[in-house]
Design a protein around this ligand. Structure first.
Ligand code: KG4
Ligand code: ZN
Length: 372
């Protein structure tokens, strides 16, 4: 290691349908310096199937990862011997892709005599606001992605308290399924957002599951069922349904986040103007960003959002999570295994104890959503 204060880390991400490599340099709490950040989407390969096909994803990672890493190092102007460590997503995610990334990272670390850091993908999303804005602990985090919807009190690296989670579908999944019902291509989130701009949310009446309930849990399956009902039984324009769906999601997120803000204040009464961080692919949605910013303002929280390109899957966040762990001396041996499921936070036993069981949702076969 050159120094434990400032680390330069190569990050590798292959847990879903993005093959990514990046080099980041920095010191916690950030912000860090992104020396390179290369992301190769597999959208075209999965598009015809309407979702991520694990077998196709794993094969695409094998074919592209080596060249992508070479490119990331070149763009950063460093060689493998200049980095302090290789950080790689070891879970949660699709096991085939995780094996590709982890095996590659082990080989590189071993060959170049560098440290290896196995990163939790959710922790990488969670810590992105420190990479981009240098946010200090503790902060309230809303993690909204293809496989998750969680409100978390982030007290430190590896210290995450679950305030709320989805009891059924993940939010990104709800966007993707709604897109499919409306005949839009995969991935559905940006498509629904684009179509919603031309629609009128007031033309359809959709439910707001869990709104006003005690705790900060979410539910999206009823909303998806209602969208299906509207598509099948009415002539409401797709744009109006997209707008109605997005408006419902926004309202649910605002309501649940408001509840979590109260929980956070009770846990950290001394933090005067707490940070409210939003992360994960769905956090790139402009309507969601605007509404949550407004909510933060009225509740005396300071909203912190990574730019949209660092909300969706990337390897810069993996490299940064590696820097955070490396700084604490948390390195891994070559014997570390990939984990298809790897929960970030455990439920706070003082409240919503049932939430943790959402982690045990069975894995779908075929087209996959990320599970923790
Ligand atoms: O974080 P991410 O890139 O991958 C996972 O870790 O799951 O999130 C992907 C999810 C997909 O469900 C995608 O449809 C959704 O994020 N997404 C969006 C938007 N961009 C991506 N959802 C709503 N609006 C968007 N603009
Ligand atoms: Zn992700």
């Amino acid at each position: 290691m050159t120094s434990l204060a400032h680390l330069t880390v190569l990050g590798i991400e292959t847990s879903c349908d993005e093959t990514a490599a990046a080099v980041v340099r920095g010191i916690p709490p950030g912000p860090g310096e992104i020396l390179s950040n290369v992301v190769l989407s597999q959208i075209e390969a999965h598009g015809p199937f309407g979702g991520v096909v694990p077998e196709i994803a794993a094969r695409a990672h094998v074919e592209r990862l080596d060249a992508l890493i070479t490119r990331a190092l070149k763009e950063a102007g460093v060689s493998l011997h200049d980095v302090d460590a290789v950080a790689v997503t070891a879970g949660p995610g699709l096991i085939g892709g995780l094996i590709v990334g982890l095996t590659t990272a082990k080989a590189l670390a071993l060959a170049a005599g560098r440290k290896l850091i196995a990163v939790n993908h959710l922790e990488a999303h969670a810590l992105t606001v420190r990479l981009t804005q240098g946010v200090s602990f503790p902060f309230l985090l809303l993690l909204i992605s293809g496989g998750h919807c969680q409100l978390i009190g982030a007290a430190g690296v590896g210290q995450y308290h679950l305030y709320g989670t989805t009891i059924d579908d993940a939010i990104g999944e709800a966007f993707d399924k709604t897109a499919k019902l409306l005949g839009l291509p995969y991935p559905g989130g940006p498509e629904v957002e684009g179509l919603a701009l031309r629609g009128d949310a007031k033309r359809c009446n959709l439910p707001r599951p869990m709104r006003g309930r005690e705790g900060a849990d979410f539910s999206f399956s009823g909303l998806k069922t209602s969208v299906r009902q509207l598509v099948r039984t009415t002539n409401i324009e797709a744009a109006d349904i997209a707008a109605g769906f997005q408006a419902a999601v926004v309202e649910i997120l605002v309501d649940r986040s408001r509840a979590a803000m109260a929980m956070f204040r009770a846990d950290f009464p001394d933090v005067r103007m707490p940070d409210f961080a939003i992360a994960g692919g769905v956090a790139s949605n402009a309507a969601i960003r605007a509404s949550l910013s407004e909510l933060a303002k009225t509740n005396a929280f300071s909203v912190k959002m990574p730019p949209p390109g660092l909300c969706t899957d990337n390897a810069a966040m993996v490299a940064w999570a590696g820097i955070e762990r490396g700084q604490l001396g948390h390195f891994d041996s070559a014997g570390v295994s990939p984990k298809a499921r790897w929960p970030l936070a455990s439920a706070d036993p003082r409240r919503n104890a049932g939430s943790a069981f959402a982690f045990d949702a069975p894995l779908d076969g075929g087209v996959a959503a990320r599970q923790d």
